[in-house]
Ligand binder design. Sequence first.
Ligand code: FEO
Length: 398
Amino acid sequence: MNNVKKITDGIFWIGGSDRRLARFENIFPIPEGVSYNSYFIDDEKTAVFDTADITVADQYIENLKTALNGRKLDYLVVLHMEPDHCSLIDKVTALFPEVTVVGGKQTFVFMEQFFPESRDYNKLEVKEGDSLTTGAHTFSFVSAPMVHWPEVLFAYDATTKALLSADAFGTFGALDGGIFADEYDFEKQFLDSSRRYYANIVGKYGVQVQAALKKAAGLDIQMILPLHGPVWRKDLNVILEKYQKWSTYQSESDGVIVVYGSLYGHTASAAEKVASSLRDKGALDVKVYDVSGTDVSYLIGEVWRANKIVLMCPTYNGGIYPPMEGFINDMIALGVQNRTFALAQNGTWAPVTGKMMSEKLTNLKNVNILENVLTIKSALGTKDLEALNGFIDAIYNA
Ligand code: FEO
């Protein structure tokens, strides 16, 4: 059944939600699903901004045909060439062979790479400052390189004051019927997913996001239309302020996340005690995670939220417990900044991971690695209380 939603005068959502895909980019678990947004322009000329993922192909084509209502498609605009929005380009151009595909120079290079056997399309190459007029709407293109692909374009419609923002301001999470953020309790339903999406997919590119935000600040934006998740038409500052914070690596909370690795439960027990002691001390926001049982994308999302990160790690094969090493490597790859780290090491005969983790964490910018390392020999006991208290004090006062 077709499912077309009006966004504003002349702009319609024709995307689809996917609740069957287990992992986005075959990495990130998405139990909450994901939406692929595509926007149809109903004007003197017809246009779509981006297509959708192959997983919602049938729904997408049905929506597109419904929106066209027998008209031909004049323009297919590609804001970036990632397949979750572009895998249907070949299908759409086959259905509407007279369509003109609009994109940046590099977009067309990537298009040929992704569709090496496809026939030639009508192409219109655009760059920042260029515009596309469909009649009542004129879309100006704004370059947003590395947010999060090199060739990303935003499009701004001066008529409706809508910014089509590609992946920026997007989120994991299928839509539950509503298309607007104000139809949901955004904080409850989407904020964690939005942060996890940002941190893992865009988090590395804070400088580039800052540059895009500065360009956006020069536009009178009344609506934000991202490629995933709900559209913003009210309270835009909610998401803009989050992006400002996330892209400058500022935490949202003076909270602590305690992430432990534990083979048999002893480091886990110590982590519970650390969390409990922090609460007793007065910390209000403390969360505990088993690094082996928590997908690293959730840990990364939490790193973007909280200010202090406690890593509690056993020695394994003379090195860092592998899941913990993976988590640290991910933080390095994503360029985490401005956080405080506290380290605890556990080893029955060689508790050495404090130094090893510390050395790896020095790859991060502007981080405070507390000198006070808690050492556990197999299991935490009453003999360790003084050391534990010192460890807790150091974290609480950092
Ligand atoms: Fe949602 Fe960069 O693709």
